[in-house]
Design a protein around this ligand. Structure first.
Ligand SMILES: [Zn+2]
Length: 99
C-alpha cells in the first residue's frame, strides 16, 4: 500500500475533498468520480502521461494485483513518474495555465 499512500498523500482528489466539504464536486474533469483508482488506471485525461511513462493503466479490479505490480521496482518507478506528471498537469489545469 506504500504507493497508494504516496498518492493519497497529495490529498487533492475531489472525492476526498468533497466528503470533507472542501470541494463542491466529487467528479473528475472527465465526469466520473475522482479518486486514486480513477486517476491511476482509468481516466482518459491522463492517457498521454500514462503512455509516456509506460504505465499500463487498468490492470484489473483487485487491489492485490496492484500491490503485486508495485513489488516490481521498475513498475513502481513508472508509477511514480506517472503520478508526478499527473500532478503537474493537474496543477496547471487548476491554475488555468494552457500547456
Ligand atoms: Zn477522469
Amino acid at each position: 500500500m506504500f504507493g497508494l499512500f504516496l498518492l493519497t498523500g497529495y490529498g487533492s482528489m475531489n472525492e476526498f475533498l468533497n466528503k470533507r466539504g472542501r470541494s463542491d464536486t466529487d467528479l473528475c474533469g472527465c465526469g466520473r468520480v475522482e479518486n486514486v483508482w480513477h486517476i491511476v488506471f482509468e481516466c482518459g485525461l491522463y492517457d498521454e502521461e500514462r503512455k509516456s511513462c509506460e504505465w499500463p493503466g487498468w490492470i484489473g479490479e483487485e487491489e492485490k494485483r496492484f500491490e503485486r505490480l508495485l513489488k516490481s521496482k521498475e513498475m513502481y518507478e513508472r508509477l511514480m513518474r506517472f503520478v508526478e506528471r499527473v500532478f503537474k498537469k493537474r496543477r496547471r489545469m487548476r491554475e488555468g495555465v494552457k500547456e
